[in-house]
Design a protein around this ligand. Structure first.
Ligand code: XMP
Length: 491
């Protein structure tokens, strides 16, 4: 109304609230079931997603995430070939049956075999003739000490007559027994005509036992998602990623409540058919609803919430993350489309709060950037190991991207960098993060905290957590009291 102050809405984030403890008959943390939905059709055993950032998720992180029961989103700041290769590495990392094993001809050289083994990180190659008839098997062990790299593969492989094989259609238990009894690690499958029809490895069978909650597709392969943009090569990229077996495409731009994002979701759904599409980022009910109407199977929520974001400082725009999740979940409530709470998770308690507020999963960036599985080397400074994390809209990430894509016309790399430094308005920063070891240790802390949090809320499932949640807004004094205080901290 003219002359009066506008009725301002209050935005809250994780540290502004606590969950009020409720009567609980959850007897053990193990009784808290953390099953969640990443998207309309993809289920996870833990509600954890690794972020599509170039310092967080490539194939190693995605493999680790899927083995633990979550999922990773491969970032899009790679060439199409490289992003596709990362997806293929995840899909090939384990499976009940590798349907299309990597092969080499008999006249290939030991050097070619090494190149393939190293590039694909595999233990061996099936050697086939032109008609895919099996001629032999070459394993790392056969060539580890070979000095003549020009030697033909056919002279070092285990030949067909000495190979243990099984018919196509063998059950997993039969395959396990054959591998065990013959003390071999690879079992090529053969069709009626003696042609290669698949491969089962002892490593994959062991992984199945080791990671019983892994996120897998119908063929027993680990699931993986991959990000695409909204301009340029995004449709061709999407097509290639789908051909490589990606389980979900994540249409990801900073301002997802935009005609760009909506048109892209519609376009993918129309042209690429029945594909699982995640879209974002938004921070409002209307934003979530508009993406859902366009066909999104999951909505990513968070504007300026990330640890490396300066969007709110630079643009003045954003919504504190707890309110963003609550509002977006309200926008999605008439559909069966889940919400991903993206960014701002600093403690296990934040995961519980995000899920209680209406998110089905949380996406995590910098908390995972310091782990072994994130891309990039560790950096030693003053005797302490660090890894790098950076916003995807930071100056460094923008420069890398533009240099990779090539400058317009005649600009040299140096001129391009100079121009970008002058023009660019970064919405992200970069920084060092202490090295934390393997990501499963970090996930264990997050999920352990979540299970305890569910127990405090009297919740056996995440749906119950959402229904039972009673948030209490706290003061700065209440927040101070929540942290360790009045002691000299030892650890
Ligand atoms: P955390 O807090 O887990 O957040 O590190 C990860 C999320 O941050 C977002 N992201 C950005 N946001 N500028 C932004 O405003 C950036 O440069 C940037 N890079 C990443 C993204 O949503 C990610 O998942």
């Amino acid at each position: 109304m003219k002359g009066s102050a506008p009725d301002l809405k209050v935005g809250l984030t994780f540290d502004d609230v606590l969950l009020v403890p409720k009567f609980s008959d959850v007897r053990s943390r193990k009784d808290a079931d953390t099953q969640a939905r990443f998207s309309r059709r993809i289920r996870l055993t833990i509600p954890v997603v690794s972020a599509n950032m170039d310092t967080v998720t490539e194939s190693s992180m995605a493999i680790a995430m899927a083995r633990l029961g979550g999922i990773g989103v491969i970032h899009r700041f790679l060439s199409v070939d490289d992003e596709v290769a990362e997806v293929i590495k995840v899909k090939r990392s384990e499976g009940v049956v590798i349907e299309d094993p990597i092969t080499l001809g008999p006249d290939g050289t030991v050097k070619e075999a090494w190149d393939i083994i190293r590039e694909r990180d595999i233990g061996g190659i099936v050697v086939v003739g032109q008609d895919r008839r099996i001629l032999g098997l070459l394993t790392r062990r056969d060539i580890t000490l070979e000095e003549d790299l020009d030697r033909k593969v056919k002279t070092v492989m285990t030949p067909r007559r000495e190979l243990v094989t099984a018919p196509k259609g063998v059950t997993l238990e039969q395959a396990r027994r054959i591998l065990h009894e013959n003390k071999v690690e690879k079992l090529p499958l053969v069709d009626r005509n003696g042609k290669l029809a698949g491969l089962i490895t002892s490593k994959d069978i062991m992984k199945r036992r080791q990671f019983p909650s892994a996120t897998k597709d119908a063929k027993g392969r680990l699931r993986v998602a991959a990000a695409v943009g909204v301009k340029g090569d995004h449709m061709a990229r999407s097509r290639r990623l789908l051909d490589a077996g990606v389980d979900a495409l994540v249409v990801d731009i900073a301002h997802g409540h935009s005609s760009y994002a909506i048109d892209t979701v519609r376009g993918i759904k129309k042209e690429l058919g029945d594909v699982e599409v995640v879209a974002g980022n938004v921070a409002t009910a209307r934003g979530a609803l508009d993406l859902i109407k366009a066909g999104a199977d999951s909505v990513k929520v968070g504007v300026g919430s990330g640890s490396i974001c300066v969007t709110r400082v630079v643009t003045g725009s954003g919504v504190p993350q707890l309110t963003a999740i609550m509002d977006s979940a309200a926008g999605a409530s008439d559909s069966d489309v889940p919400i991903i709470g993206d960014g701002g998770i600093r403690n296990p308690g934040d995961v519980t709060k995000a899920l209680a507020a209406g998110a089905s999963t949380v996406m995590i960036g910098s908390l995972f950037a310091g782990t072994e599985e994130s891309p990039g080397p560790t950096i030693l400074r003053d005797g302490v190991r660090y890894k790098l994390t950076r916003g995807m809209a930071s100056l460094a990430a923008t420069l890398d991207r533009r240099v990779r894509e090539g400058g317009p016309g005649v600009l040299t790399e140096d001129e391009l960098i100079e121009e970008l430094i002058e023009e660019s308005v970064p919405e992200g920063v970069e920084g060092l993060i202490p090295y934390k070891g393997r990501v499963d240790e970090v996930v264990k802390q997050l999920v352990g905290g979540l299970r305890s949090g569910m127990s405090y809320s009297g919740a056996h499932t995440l749906d119950e957590l959402r229904r039972n949640a009673e948030f209490m807004r706290i003061t700065a004094a209440g927040h101070r009291e929540s942290l360790p205080h009045d002691i000299q901290k030892v650890v």
